[in-house]
Write a protein that binds this ligand. Structure first.
Ligand SMILES: NC(=O)c1ccc[n+]([C@@H]2O[C@H](COP(=O)([O-])OP(=O)(O)OC[C@H]3O[C@@H](n4cnc5c(N)ncnc54)[C@H](O)[C@@H]3O)[C@@H](O)[C@H]2O)c1
Length: 407
């Protein structure tokens, strides 16, 4: 095994993110159990684990990371902070040619940095290895229910970020009595798992989609809608997962009947251009469209939820959409549907989200970082030594292009 020095960088992106790739306890465990590996931490006033906690775990704090081999961050690293010729792992949000990160990729290439993007780390079958989706689902489901409680006055949920951790959050559900709600949960990935976890913790009962559509219940229920429940090929009437992933534009949505039976929609589908929207904007004017609150955890503006018109912040996560005009309004108006849409939901539970992330990193990626010749890492390497990685040559025009300013 080679000698590797890993540095945890201070997050530089604004608005500030307090998550970190490895907790103090995980760093300590790694130093004890992975000979050849050493770790240092760049001090940070805003990190969810304090500098002193790393110090107490025996991890060296240092401003200077120039002698590290690998630097771990979370969000996009500001161009001015990049250290040339290093290997970085973070979420770069460049693989879809996002205009606002074009400059970042150009700087990475110029500085001969190796960029391994967490989002691109995939198992052989294409399933993503690490991410924050589970805690996005946890916070998203809570916030969706919280918004419905605020709207109707039928119950009250506190903000997640006011709790110390996930365990404390669960304690706030003791004694919670929900009305006879019908909740539709969409998706089957990490976000959906987090949504389901909260359903179960809040004592909402699961029912099958057909039962959900057929009757009302005298207790709160949810149903989980996965690919085959949401989409069908108009010619065959069926859903084939691989075919759908390749040709989503050939499919249509089957969600419409659920808009007539659902009080709250918790949306966790994976959406990209071509995937049918769950419903169309005009549908919200229909008298039998009864959804009052939507937590769009997937958070694609004008995506699977076409009335998600803007992403909010943790401070003010909810806005309204007027049923008649489709215009953005204040939250909790009778004439509007409430939308909860925030792009950094896991930041409401940063310590738990970081620990969960670090666990996956240690389990599935760390050994590859300590040995040469990993195909897992090669497939996730967007740039290296001034050129694009073998799997990312499609980004060449993006890397060459004139800088587009992000509006
Ligand atoms: N709001 C937030 O803070 C937040 C945080 C994390 C994730 N998200 C978003 O939530 C959405 C869901 O994330 P997730 O973590 O559940 O994703 P995931 O990778 O865990 O799951 C994706 C699911 O989508 C399915 N899928 C559909 N089309 C696919 C395709 N073409 N290729 C691969 N898989 C396909 C997969 O089978 C899988 O079940 C994403 O859009 C993500 O960006 C939002």
């Amino acid at each position: 095994m080679k000698q590797v020095k890993i540095g945890l960088i201070r997050e530089g992106k604004i608005p500030h993110d307090s998550r970190v790739a490895l907790t103090p306890a995980q760093c300590k465990w790694l130093q004890a159990h992975r000979p050849g590996l050493s770790l240092v931490v760049q001090p940070s006033p805003g990190r969810c684990y304090k500098d002193e906690e790393y110090e107490r775990a025996g991890i060296l704090l240092t401003e200077d990371l120039t002698d590290c081999d690998i630097l771990l961050g979370i969000k996009e690293v500001p161009v001015t902070d990049l250290i040339g010729q290093k290997t970085y792992l973070f979420f770069s949000h460049t693989k879809k040619k996002q205009p606002h990160n074009q400059k970042l990729l150009q700087a990475i290439l110029q500085k001969k940095i190796t960029l391994i993007d967490y989002e691109c780390l995939e198992h052989e079958d294409g399933k993503r290895i690490i991410g924050f989706g589970f805690f996005a689902g946890i916070v998203g489901a809570h916030n969706g229910l919280m918004a419905y409680g605020n709207r109707t006055g039928l119950f009250h949920l506190e903000r997640v970020y006011k709790q110390k951790n996930f365990k404390e959050l669960i304690h706030t559900y003791f004694g919670l009595r929900l009305p006879n709600l019908k909740i539709a949960v969409t998706g089957s990935g990490r976000v959906a798992h987090g949504l389901l976890e909260i359903m179960n913790l809040m004592g909402v009962h699961e029912v099958e989609p057909d039962e959900y559509l057929e009757r009302r219940f005298n207790y709160p229920v949810y149903t989980q809608l996965k690919g085959p429940d949401l989409y069908r090929h108009p010619a065959t009437g069926t859903y084939n997962r691989l075919d759908f992933h390749e040709h989503p534009q050939q499919y249509v949505s089957k969600f419409h009947p659920y808009t007539r039976q659902t009080d709250i929609l918790l949306n966790g589908v994976y959406w990209y251009e071509g995937v049918p929207r769950l419903f169309e904007t005009g549908d919200i004017r229909l008298d039998d469209f009864i959804i009052e609150t939507i937590a769009d955890v997937s958070d694609d503006e004008n995506g699977s939820v076409p009335i998600n018109k803007q992403t909010q912040t943790i401070d003010a996560p909810v806005y309204g959409i007027d049923r008649e005009t489709g215009a953005v309004t204040a939250p909790y108006l009778k004439s509007s549907i409430d939308i909860m849409a925030v792009g950094n939901l896991p930041n409401e539970l940063p310590r738990d989200a970081s620990r969960y992330f670090g666990e996956q990193l240690i389990k599935f990626v760390l050994d590859d970082l300590l040995h040469d010749g990993s195909t897992l890492l090669a497939r996730a390497t967007i740039a290296g030594n001034g050129t694009l990685g073998a799997y990312y040559t499609y980004l060449q025009d993006y890397a060459d292009g004139t800088i587009q300013e992000h509006l």
